[in-house]
Each structure stands twice: as C-alpha cells, then as structure tokens.
Design a protein around this ligand. Structure first.
Ligand SMILES: [Ca+2]
Ligand SMILES: [Ca+2]
Length: 501
C-alpha cells in the first residue's frame, strides 16, 4: 500500500514536472481560473510542512509536488473571523479594527464598500462561487450575498453528530463544541464530504467561456473532530502521536500571555490529561486532517478530469493553527508558532513546481498574489505583498517578516530566523526558531540579543487600530494607565489565579 502510493505520488509529480517544466507562463491567452480552498483550524500538521511526523496527507503532498509550499507562512490573527477578514480584504487586523469573532465588516461604514478578493475578480470578468466556511459568519440575506459572490453553495457544517457527547469531562466542566472522537456514521453524510461534492459538480459544469473563482471552505479539523473508524485507524494508538511538551515551559513567559486566552471553552492540557483524552484528541484531529485531505483530493481529481488543471491556480490555506498541549493549553488564541503557522500552498500556471519557500509569508498576501497571477489590475490599497517573486524563484528574498496580532497591542513578528512577541503591557518574548523550534527558551531578557530585539521591534505595526464598535467574543483590552486588563468584560488583576492550571 505504502509502495503503491509512493509510486502514484512519484508519477504524478513527474507528469506535472514535464507539463510545467519548472514554471511556465499560462499556455492559453485566457485568464486562469482560481480554486481557493480553506481549511479551518489546520495547523502545520500536514505533510508538506512536516509539522507532525506521522500525519498522512497524500493529496496535499501531491499538490505540493506540482506547486510551491510556503513553509514559513502565518495568519494575521490566531482566530477565524479576524484572520479571514484580513485575508479577504488584504488588510491587517490592526487596520480593520476587527480582532474578535464579530462584527461582520460590512456593518462598518469604513469597510462596507471595500472591494474584497472575490469582488476584485468579479469586477474583472470572473464568475465567483463559494461554499462552506470562507468568511466566518457570512450574510444570510440573498441581496447581501449577491454582492459578495455570484453563486452560493451549501454552507454545510459539521454534519452528523453523535446522539450523546463522546468525551467524559469532570463534574462542573462543559466543553461545549470542544468534542472529538470516533463514532459510527457515513463519511458521505459529513458536511465536508457534501461540500467537496458540490465543488466537484461546479467544476464538472463550469461554463467554458468565463473564468471562475471557486472558493471552498472546509470545516474540519475545527472541533468537533468527529470521525469514522477508517480515518482514526490511520494513526497508532500510542504516545508517539503526542507533540513535545515541556512542563515548566511557561515559567519564562510573561503573565500577560495568559490574558490572551484567559478563559475559553478550549480545555487546558491539565484537564485533557486528567480526563485521559490527550491521545484521543490528537488522534481525532489527525484523522480529521486526513479526511479533509481526501476531500481536497476528490476536488483536485475533478479539476484534472475536467481538463482544467493546467489553467487553474490552486491555493490551499489554513486560517489559524492549534495547540495540543504545547505551553499547557489546547486551542488557538496565542502568538506562538503553534497558533500562527499555517499551510499555504500554490499550484498552477505561473507557479514553480515542487518548490519550498522558507521566506516569511502572510495570508493577506494571497489577494495581491492571485490578482497578479491572473493578470488583474494591481491595487494600491492592499497591505499584502504579492508572493509571485517566490512563486517564480523560490530563493527570492523577502525582507518583510510575517505579523500576527491578537487584540489591540499584542503582536508577533516572525522573521526567517526569529519570533518576537510584544504584549500590550510591554512584556516581550524572543525565540530562536533555528535552534529552538518548540519555542521553549525565551531570550527576550538576555542582553546579547538586544540587537535582534531592536531589529524586530521596528516591524511592529505602525497602525494599531482601536477595536471597532460591537467587537465581541475573544476580546481582551488593556489600560496601561491602570495596568488593568479586561477579558470578555471581566477584569483581570495581577494577582488573580490563572484559571485551569
Ligand atoms: Ca479557524
Ligand atoms: Ca519556556
């Protein structure tokens, strides 16, 4: 089985290498189609990023073999809504003022007429389609929807759920949708399976006389990670699945780092361990990732079968990462590598085949990149920078680091070599990613790194917008005058015990 799949993988890679001969200009004069695939909460545990030694994603591996993988790509916010808003507008959260899970950007005067990525394509002759979770919380009304995309497919969601909760939790705890595990159901009934089927149908029936921008937003491996047995069985039932975790890892990190995820449905590692669920959580997530990989494989197979692969730019991206016990927590809402590093893979016309780019890249670069690959007019109001130099030449240098922000005043700067973090109260972290990829040793207080710190501080965002009105969910504010932080409308003082540890 293993041999067969490597053989298939190799032959696909070779045929694409021949077809694209390194990189190639589009062979036809028509504009390329765009296939834009989002995966929710997918951290770097995918084959092309080598983030987990046992993960199985043969379809993403094949896509990477015929395209370019950005191995140092990061989201602009470590949760769904601000990350996706940033990507679709090519504006930082520190510019949009959208840091939490609401409001929808169209409700704000400043952004109600802002031209999004798909709107830019529509304005240039494209037919735009969407399904699943592309935006977080998109409009429901037909008129509002028409403005965003021409065609709206099913929104789907998790699909089948077990009759009762799978994860036993200690008394008094409620995990909400933080659920995972295996139970009998049909893969065909899962929301993401149906989503892929819808996308396949769109590719099969795509009009020949108009280029398309087809966006597909998969829900898994976002919780609840419900999965069927065959996917679960791809992974061993042993502790090799677990990521490396250092028990006292947070002893050298600022207290303020806790404020970013002060109280959340995502359980702390302590609770997951107490419930004997650590391995099950990791295994369910990995299984969900493999399931989504297979759905992407189905869509990409149809792209080939329809004869569209050669003239379609494919981009696969994740909106934020996920912790699995690293630094004592599960979930996102942090400025560390585990929360910010995400898959970003391009393939198709104008993209170098079988390439890996280690220069920093940001999700908000997708907008100008796709626009340039499609030959659309450049816009001067985007904060992203086109990645086409790296798509043509993987070694092409990129000076700018990747930035991630979580609520006002908290930022991470990820360069080729380092991660620098500054919190709203002025506390800092610095990690050497070359020698310490787990980010175990905070170097920010060591005098010998003062120059590195200075180099990175200058990249902190120049605009640091206030939270927009009606910001809600995952909101943290801080008043330096009183040293008072507020998490979800509740005050935190310096002496409050950290919840759940
Ligand atoms: Ca997400
Ligand atoms: Ca540490």
């Amino acid at each position: 089985m293993q041999k067969l799949s490597s053989h298939v993988l190799a032959s696909v890679a070779v045929s694409w290498f021949v077809a694209t001969a390194g990189f190639a200009e589009p062979k036809t004069p028509t504009k390329p189609n765009i296939l834009f695939i989002a995966i929710d909460d997918q951290n770097d545990w995918v084959g092309p990023l080598k983030g987990h030694p046992l993960v199985k994603t043969p379809n993403l591996d094949q896509l990477a073999a015929r395209g370019t993988t950005f191995t140092n790509a990061h989201c602009q916010a470590p949760i769904c809504h601000p990350s996706r808003t940033s990507l679709m507008l090519s504006l930082r959260p520190t510019t949009t003022g959208i840091y939490g899970m609401s409001p929808w950007f169209r409700t704000l005067d400043r952004w109600k007429d802002r031209v999004t990525l798909p709107q830019h394509f529509k304005a240039n002759g494209y037919r735009t389609l969407t399904s699943g979770k592309v935006y977080h919380g998109a409009p429901k009304e037909a008129k509002a929807r028409e403005k965003e995309f021409d065609i709206w497919g099913p929104s789907q969601g998790t699909g089948v759920k077990p009759a009762k909760k799978l994860v036993p939790v200690p008394d008094g705890e409620d995990l909400g949708s933080m659920e995972w595990g295996v139970f009998p159901h049909n893969d065909e009934d899962k929301g993401d399976y149906k989503l892929a089927s819808w996308a396949i149908e769109q590719l099969r029936t795509a009009p020949k006389d108009q280029p398309f921008f087809l966006s597909v937003g998969f829900f898994l491996p976002h919780v609840p990670c419900y999965i069927t047995q065959p996917w679960y069985d791809l992974y061993p039932d042993d502790d090799r699945l677990l990521p490396p975790v250092k028990a006292d890892d947070r002893d050298d990190t600022p207290r303020f780092a806790w404020y970013l995820h002060w109280s959340l449905p995502e359980p702390r590692l302590k609770m997951v361990q107490a419930a004997n669920q650590w391995r099950n959580l990791v295994r369910s997530y990995l299984a969900s990732t493999s399931f989504i990989d297979a759905q992407i494989g189905r869509v990409l197979a149809q792209l080939e079968a329809s004869g569209l692969a050669e003239n379609t730019v494919v981009v696969v991206w994740g909106d934020n990462g996920w912790h699995f016990g690293e630094k004592g927590i599960t979930g996102k809402n942090t400025l560390w590598e585990r929360s910010t590093r995400i898959p970003l893979i391009f393939a198709g016309p104008g993209v170098h085949a079988d390439s890996r780019v280690s220069q920093p890249a940001e999700l908000l670069d997708i907008y100008p990149t796709l626009a340039e690959l499609a030959g659309l007019p450049a816009r001067n109001d985007l904060e992203g920078t086109s990645l086409t130099p790296q798509l043509r030449e993987p070694q092409a240098k990129r000076v700018r680091p990747a930035l991630t922000s979580h609520n006002q005043g908290n930022h991470a700067v990820r360069s080729d070599h380092w991660r620098y973090i500054r919190y709203a109260d002025g506390t800092e972290e610095l990690y050497d990613e070359k020698t310490d990829p787990n980010e175990w040793t905070n170097l920010a207080n060591r005098p010998e790194f003062s120059k590195v710190l200075a180099e990175h501080r200058r990249w902190l965002p120049h605009i640091d917008a206030d939270l927009v009105p009606k910001s809600a969910r995952r909101i943290l504010t801080y008043d330096p005058a009183t040293d008072e932080a507020t998490w979800e409308n509740k005050k935190i003082t310096r002496t409050d015990p950290i919840p759940g540890i």
